[in-house]
Design a protein around this ligand. Structure first.
Ligand code: G3H
Ligand code: 13P
Ligand code: ZN
Length: 316
């Protein structure tokens, strides 16, 4: 059952966070649904511009529709990740997505508000909801690289004004995380005081954390032992997910960790089975491992076990 992120946030607010996971292919889609069903969690499917280009946006749509039939108990939102204005309109018009992110965070404050407002008007007219972003995360996302010195935390007073004037339904704020596998050169501290200050000014408003992969060190070591080279990779402390949720973070974005699972499985499989050229046995291992990974994240996010109650509350 496809629902909006707003509906999911209303269920989760200050209790747990909903996992937002990116998909690009059939194996990820199967593993994602399986992991969420195994852990009985509602979830958010994220589709990036890069994912829409990788095969074809219609291929992703077809896979999700099929997964919805294969797993009829699933409750999830279909969300455009880091959209530009045109891609947002394309998703809004598609009739398939339930939520879009307009990422105009690199624009000056007034332009970010104006762009977000246009997307909000178009989305709300068709029953979709909008995530916006204010502040700048470090790291790499598709074609944009933000150096650590250019990244800056969200200003709470600006966030309150932005929410009020743009009409967005949720806001991604920068509190020290960054995209990719190399998030911190020093300590992994997050600025929860920013979340608290925004919540004080706009109580009840759902916040979003991007760049939240934990980059498990065991995963990195296994990848490196199987021929990879990911020295110095470091992520968010995953025990921080739930405390963030209790403060008003309703959506936690995890993509890089899934890529690490894929890389570990395929590197190890090919190293151990040099004679194999059928990709299905390793694809099968990946589906199982990714499902296990998703279930483990949902436990940490606190969303595990909430599926039945959320489905009952959102029954259409
Ligand atoms: O924040 C970016 C997500 O990890 C998606 O990455 O644009 O390479 O698909 P991508
Ligand atoms: P990670 O790179 O930490 O997985 O972040 C993903 C993300 O924010 C997608 O929008
Ligand atoms: Zn992101």
């Amino acid at each position: 059952m496809i629902v909006t992120t707003k509906e999911l946030f209303a269920q989760a607010y200050k209790n747990y966070a909903i996992g937002a996971y990116n998909i690009n292919n059939a194996e990820q889609t199967m593993g994602l649904f399986k992991g969420n069903m195994d852990s009985k969690a509602p979830f958010i499917i994220q589709i990036s511009k890069g994912a829409r280009k990788y095969t074809d946006k219609l291929m992703l749509e077809g896979m999700i529709r099929a997964a919805d039939e294969i797993f009829p108990d699933a409750v999830f939102a279909v969300h455009l990740d880091h959209g530009d204005e045109q891609t947002c309109y394309d998703c809004i018009d598609s009739g398939f997505y339930s939520s879009v992110m307009i990422d105009a965070s690199s624009l000056p404050f007034e332009e970010n508000i104006a762009t977000t407002k246009r997307v909000v008007e178009a989305a709300h007219a068709k029953g979709l909801v909008v995530e916006a972003e204010l502040g700048q995360l470090g790291g790499v996302e598709e074609d944009v690289k933000v150096d650590e010195d250019k990244a800056h935390l969200t200003d709470p007073a600006q966030a309150a004004e932005f929410i009020e004037r743009s009409g967005c339904d949720s806001l991604a704020c920068a509190i020290g995380t960054s995209h990719g596998a190399f998030k911190f050169s020093g300590s992994q501290g997050l600025h929860f005081e920013v979340v608290e200050a925004i919540q004080k000014l706009v109580p009840g408003f759902p916040l979003v954390l991007h760049g939240s992969s934990s980059v498990p060190q065991e995963e990195v070591e296994r990848i490196n032992a199987a021929g990879g080279s990911l020295k110095g990779a470091k992520g968010v402390d995953a025990t921080q997910y739930l405390p963030a949720a209790k403060l008003g973070v309703c959506k936690i974005n995890i993509d890089t960790d899934g890529r690490l699972v894929w890389t570990r499985v395929h590197r190890e499989y090919m190293k151990e089975h040099p004679e194999v050229f059928d990709f299905r046995p390793m694809g099968k291992v990946f589906i199982e491992e990714y499902a296990k990974f998703i279930a483990s994240r949902n436990e940490l996010l606190g969303s595990a076990g909430h599926l039945d109650e959320v489905r009952e509350a959102l029954k259409k």
